[in-house]
Design a protein around this ligand. Structure first.
Ligand code: P53
Length: 483
């Protein structure tokens, strides 16, 4: 399929892996770290939601408290990443290590020091840190006292945090992202995602949709300000958006299905529209007026949005979805109507029901390029699966290799034939970690197995899976050898 004339990943292509602080660091209350929103979420299971508790309660199981103890074990883990040949490593900075409560004037030096050491270790191996400022992990104090991102004060707390870490790591980090999967909170069941994205728990009688649009406004303003601050501190910084890219297809070629899919895409991608174009899309201005949301959006905010567009588009890609029109659809195609996904008969799904669609990645890259005309960075992709540690300490994860191979193929086609300017590729959970959605350890993504499971067994020992050796070969050959 591939021929050398059209093969075009350049020599600087950033192969690597991705994680998030709260999902692997553990050490939740060590060296002055404050409680984060991830610290009050219990372990769920496949099909069983995590609970959000009122603070940290005795007798509950909080998987992020220990996670895989990367906080103490990272030198060994980075060494394994280096052995695979990583050029970059995407992680996040736990906001609550730097500002334990979020509203202090001065940062916590021990937290800053941890990331200095972590980034130095990466750089020693020639691995560039790629850093998300906020990955589902704001200080819990900001939820309790200010109500999370429903409050305009959050813009100030976030930009203060951004400024401190930009200053501190300006010579160690070049690639940044502001908010992880900022658009994840557009999902229909907003209880969970409003909390993980925005630290908001809707009160009785409050409209979660309105809260999402208000939080989303403050977050896009904060993101644009962070882009400006970052560029002042180091003009070479590349500061990106980060969206959860789930293309939504029409279930059929029926015009009503096609139009509904278009509306569903508009709803899902308005965050990126604002972060890239520096303005609200027209449909959303109308929608917010029609619904009398009466949001706090000032003219000064709109100027800020204009002056802080992102440098590149980071996105996760795991799956696609589909929608079908129904008789009861309103002409407006409102929020809920667009989130009733139907099964795609052409696609298989993971054990967690995520539809596997490698070609959808190429489709997504084209769609994003046509819409945004920006360099792209695939900062998450992967298969959550149950792995078996054999008696001889091997893990045969052929299903994961198959998943990644097919996605990398499509990604390479998009570069070779569609002209996509792709910066890099960092598969999710390059070492097993705590699932964001379910809080499980048993839902694994890694090239490196961590001996810890949902039933409570844990040695935290690391083992190389078959995919470890495979990915090493992929990187060594710059994506040519995918067998
Ligand atoms: P988990 C939903 C849909 C797509 C991506 O997810 C998502 C989510 C949230 O669960 O999140 C991203 O662990 C996220 C990571 C997360 C990863 O995908 O639920 O950025 O933090 O771990 C995989 O299997």
């Amino acid at each position: 399929m591939e021929n050398s004339k059209t093969f075009s990943l350049n020599d600087h292509f950033l192969w690597g892996g991705a994680v998030a602080a709260h999902q692997l660091e553990g050490a939740w209350n060590v060296d002055g770290k404050g409680i984060s929103i991830a610290d009050v979420m219990t372990q769920g299971a496949n099909g069983v939601e995590r609970k959000i508790t009122d603070g940290v309660l005795d007798g509950e199981n909080y998987p992020n408290h220990e996670a895989i103890d990367f906080y103490h074990l990272y030198p060994e883990d980075i060494k394994l990443f280096a052995e695979m040949g990583f050029k970059c490593f995407r992680t996040s900075i736990a906001w609550s290590r730097i500002f334990p409560q979020g509203d202090e004037d001065l940062p916590n030096e021990a937290g800053l020091k941890f990331y200095d050491d972590l980034f130095d270790t990466c750089l020693k191996y020639g691995i560039k840190p790629v850093i998300t400022l906020s990955h589902f992990e704001m200080p819990y104090h900001l939820v309790q006292v200010y109500g999370g991102w429903r409050n305009r004060k959050m813009i100030g707390f976030f930009t203060k945090f951004a400024r401190v870490v930009f200053e501190r790591y300006k010579d160690k980090v070049e690639y940044w992202m502001t908010f992880n999967e900022i658009n994840n909170q557009t999902s229909y069941d907003m209880t969970f995602s409003l909390f993980t994205n925005s630290g908001i728990l809707a009160k009785t009688g409050e409209d979660p949709e309105k809260l999402m649009y208000q939080a989303g406004h403050y977050e896009t303003v904060a993101s644009a300000l962070a882009v400006q601050i970052g560029h002042q501190i180091n003009p070479n910084f590349k500061i990106g958006a980060m969206i959860a890219m789930i293309p939504i297809y029409p279930a059929s070629s029926k015009p009503a299905d096609i139009f509904k899919a278009e509306k569903a895409m508009q709803i899902r991608y308005w965050f990126a529209d604002v972060q890239v174009n520096g303005r609200y899309p027209d449909w959303l201005v109308k929608y917010q007026q029609n619904h009398h949301f009466d949001l706090d959006i000032t003219l000064a905010d709109l100027d800020v949005l204009k002056s802080g567009p992102v440098d590149y588009l980071g996105f996760s890609y795991y799956m696609s979805a589909s929608v079908a029109a129904s008789e009861s659809d309103e002409p407006e195609y409102g929020y809920k109507e667009n989130h009733k996904f139907v099964k795609n008969p052409y696609l298989a799904a993971s054990d967690w029901g995520w539809q596997i669609d490698p070609q959808g990645l190429r489709y997504a890259m084209n769609w994003l390029n046509d819409r945004y005309h920006l360099p792209q960075f695939i900062v998450e992709n992967g298969l959550g699966a149950i792995d078996q540690l054999e008696d001889d300490q091997t893990i045969h994860d052929a299903y994961r290799i198959d998943y990644l191979r097919e996605h990398i193929r499509q990604m390479e086609l998009a570069v070779a034939y569609d002209g996509i300017n792709l910066i890099g590729y960092t598969p999710w959970g390059c070492i097993d970690l705590v699932s964001a959605g379910t809080g499980q350890m048993d839902k694994r993504y890694g090239f490196i197995y961590v001996d810890k499971n949902d039933a409570g067994h844990s040695t935290l020992k690391r083992y190389k899976k078959d995919s470890f050796y495979w990915y090493k070969k992929v990187i060594q050959s710059n994506g040519r050898d995918l067998d």
